[in-house]
Write a protein of this length. Structure first.
Length: 326
């Protein structure tokens, strides 16, 4: 009889995607119960025997609570007295090995084979194709994440890149894409900061649930974001991403895990890995250099004869371009 194992999971969306590598590893030898608030992220592993449970969760986790309400029917009752492991990382571990590496080392998993890729279920893809068809997009699709601040996590101010640089970089390529802006705003809880951006369509009230968001990311030609779950999701579904960093952390901590799709990570001139919510990090970016690399990256995604091909709706065929630090 296969031994059972309880994994006390992390609840951030990005961490939960990385966590797929940990779950997949332990499912080789155990019947795994996972405490997590994003059941749909594990749909393929549930089909292979993963069981999802939910314990107490902080009421401050607004988006997690909403997703739990939608997917609570997917949980099972947790057996008592199971041997368990906590999925976690420490700042010291992240500085040494990056986020995914630190998570693997904390839980005793091999980093070299850690695989957090997220397959798109056919029903997700069908629903997303219908949504895309309703837009009548005539250009490649770009998913844009506006800069936000929120009350449930105090680190947004430190983590966000320089507002002017973020908008200037985006505007330098904006006209080449059909731009879809994504957020989950709520008065006094989460709001947009920075310069206004022209987009083609926006979903700013959390209208797109995770299955459609994941499938849309897989269909998109490119993602433009600041640090957060979108850079991990883009990698997990194989979509090129441009991520502009501010303070709090640097691209170095994500690069080793960014192995499934092309990426351009733009750091400040003086990257900071303080993990502090109060440190006044230096966020100045070498904009001429960053714009040049962004133009080259965008050319490779949309035009280059070396690009293996995405159709006008952004369907992915093969990643071919990777850029380093701006």
């Amino acid at each position: 009889m296969t031994q059972e194992l309880f994994l006390q999971g992390m609840h951030g969306l990005g961490d939960s995607i990385f966590q797929r590598a940990i779950v997949r590893h332990y499912m080789r030898d155990f019947s795994v119960y996972l405490d997590n608030t994003w059941p749909c992220i594990y749909h393929d592993l549930v089909a292979k025997g993963l069981k999802l449970v939910r314990r107490e969760m902080s009421p401050k986790l607004r988006t997690q609570a909403k997703n739990y309400a939608r997917e609570s029917h997917l949980y099972v009752k947790q057996p008592q007295d199971l041997p368990g492991k906590r999925v976690w990382w420490t700042h010291e571990g992240v500085r040494k090995s990056g986020f995914l590496g630190a998570m693997c080392e904390f839980t005793g998993c091999p980093v070299a084979t850690a695989d957090y890729r997220l397959p798109i279920a056919p029903a997700w893809r069908d629903a997303t194709d219908r949504l895309i068809a309703s837009w009548g997009a005539k250009k490649p699709i770009l998913l844009y994440r506006p800069l936000v601040e929120r009350t449930e996590w105090a680190g947004c101010v430190a983590r966000n890149p320089d507002h002017r640089a973020y908008s200037e970089l985006f505007n330098s390529i904006r006209d080449r894409f059909f731009v879809v802006s994504l957020a989950d705003l709520e008065p006094d809880k989460e709001w947009i900061v920075g310069n206004p951006i022209k987009v083609d369509i926006e979903y700013h009230k959390g209208e797109l649930q995770i299955p459609v968001l994941a499938a849309l990311t897989a269909r998109a030609a490119m993602v433009f974001a600041s640090p957060g779950f979108m850079l991990i999701l883009a990698q997990a579904v194989g979509t090129p991403s441009v991520v502009t960093f501010g303070g709090h952390e640097s691209s170095r901590l994500y690069r080793a895990a960014a192995k499934y799709a092309p990426f351009l990570y733009i750091d400040p001139i003086e990257p900071c890995e303080c993990f502090s919510k109060a440190h006044v990090c230096k966020k100045a970016i070498d904009l001429p250099k960053a714009k040049r690399q962004l133009r080259e990256f965008t050319d490779a995604v949309t035009e280059s004869k070396n690009y293996a091909g995405r159709d006008r709706l952004g369907r992915s065929h093969a990643p071919i371009y990777e850029s380093g630090r701006a």
